[in-house]
Structures are given as C-alpha cells and as structure tokens.
Design a protein. Structure first.
Length: 281
C-alpha cells in the first residue's frame, strides 16, 4: 500500500495492490508522510475503501469542506457506534454522517433546530440505534461544546440504520423500490385517487415502508391490539385497504403483517389519503 495524498496528520489517501483507493485514519498516520511512502500500518485505526469514482470525489470534497476536527469526531462516533451496536458499517457511512454532523453543528451554534418528522418511528422501531445515537450526543457535546436534541439523535440513528444495510432482507434497493411502488398502486386502486407525492405524509409513508422492509422478518416486541381494534372499527375502508397490502406482502415476500404493523399502515394510509379525498370533494 502506498500513500497517494496526505490530508492532515491523521487522515491520508492510499492506493492498495489492486490500485483501489483507500482512506486511512489514525493518530499521526499522516505525519511526515508524502506520496509514494508506505503508511505505518500500526497507526491505522480505520479504513474506508473508496470503490467507486463517485465515492472518491465525494470524499475529496468532504475533506476540503469540513473541518478536520469534525472528521475526527465522525470517526470517533463511528468507532463508538460499531462497538455499542456490535456491528460494522458500510464504508459509505462516513461521508454521509460527516456531512450531516457538519451541518448539525452549524445549525446548533446558530440555535437553528431541525425537527425530524420520523422521530417517534425511529425511537419505536430502531431503539438500539437511537439509544446509541443519544450516547453519541455526549461525544459531540464533549468535542463541540453544544448539546443537541433528540431530533438530531434520530437523524444520526438513521445513518446507523442505513450503514448496516448490506443487501439483507429485501435484497436490493431496486427490489425495495418495486415493493413500495406496488403498495402505492394498491392504495391508488383501492381509493381510486392520485396521491400527492410532494406531501410530508407521502414522504413519511415511503420512509415507514423502507424501515418496515428492513426489519420485516424481525420479531415484534409488542402488540397494541386495543388501538388496532379501535382504528379497524373506526376506519373500515382503510382496514380493507391494508388487508390488500397484507395479502400482497404475504404472496410477494412471505411477510405476515402483524396487527401492530397493520395499525401503523392504517394510520399512515389514513393520513395519506384523507387530504387528497378532501381536495377532490
């Protein structure tokens, strides 16, 4: 492995034997290094493989735009989260998370808070990732001297969730996209309406389906049958629509939609279709 570019004392770009560019991070790993040198492997704390030209360009831009201390902060957060969650993230998480933290710190220093519309769902469905993200707020506070909100923790948790996806469950983004489109078509056909794709409810529903597909075969912790029965009785038309979705998921993916999940689908579909139906009256 040879050094290709030194960004600072702790981050450098190297090229391996297969001519693949790799980002190396570690305390002092870039000190006194120059292109063509062999990096000290004992100083490597983190390796990120840039296996596409797009990732390479994104990383170079990242290093140019983001302060070194925040790149270090991102590395520490990833290290901590991987240990806390007992997982290993995809290489691409560093770019997205560093970019997010950079803007989050700027917003916090300007007292400009950003609410996450999916806060409740993330806390409910990704409790481990959210709890880890809350601990990461302590790391951010230590290095930046600012205290961030639960909403920021939920945004960070989303990066942790996405960083663990490696083709498991629904096998690819293309497959997930097809499933989402099929579900939307079921709703359109059932209600005989077009959906407002620019609405926040539409965006929330799409994200809910994506999260659902990622955890579809995981056991559910609880069943809120009381609320399920209430919503089922109050909105029979929405219930019939969700039954169609349930049948589709069973036939297509062998996913048995629990009562709890049916409840969430009913609530989302009700919000999604209510405004559209009111506008067409």
């Amino acid at each position: 492995m040879k050094v290709k570019k030194v960004f600072n004392n702790n981050i450098l770009l190297a090229e391996d034997e297969q001519m693949l560019e790799t980002v190396l991070m570690g305390k002092g790993i870039g000190f006194a290094m120059k292109p063509g040198d062999t990096p000290d492997e004992s100083k490597i704390d983190k390796i990120f493989k840039l296996d596409s030209k797009g990732l390479q360009n994104q990383f170079v831009k990242l290093v140019d735009d983001i302060p070194v201390n925040q790149l270090e902060l991102t590395r520490r957060i990833i290290d901590f989260a991987e240990q806390d969650l007992n997982t290993q993230f995809d290489y691409s998480i560093f770019i997205g998370l560093a970019d997010h933290i950079n803007f989050a710190v700027k917003r916090a220093k300007e007292n400009d808070s950003l609410n996450n519309a999916l806060l409740w769902e993330i806390k409910k469905f990704y409790k481990k990732e959210f709890d880890t993200a809350l601990k990461c707020l302590d790391i951010i506070e230590y290095y930046e001297g600012i205290r961030m909100s639960e909403d920021e923790a939920s945004f960070i948790a989303m990066h942790f969730v996405n960083g663990q996806q490696s083709g498991e469950g629904v096998r690819s983004t293309v497959a997930a996209t097809n499933v989402i489109q099929d579900i939307l078509n079921i709703i359109k056909f059932h209600y005989k309406i077009d959906l407002d794709e620019e609405s926040i409810n539409y965006s929330r529903f799409i994200t809910h389906i994506r999260f659902f597909l990622q955890r579809a075969h995981q056991p559910s912790d609880s069943e809120d049958d009381y609320l399920y029965e209430q919503i089922k009785t109050k909105y029979p038309d929405t219930y019939e629509c969700v039954l169609r979705v349930k049948k589709y998921l069973d036939n297509k993916l062998a996913i048995d939609l629990s009562n709890e999940e049916m409840l969430y689908f009913m609530l989302h579909i009700r919000r999604l279709t209510d405004r559209v139906k009111n506008q067409t009256k």
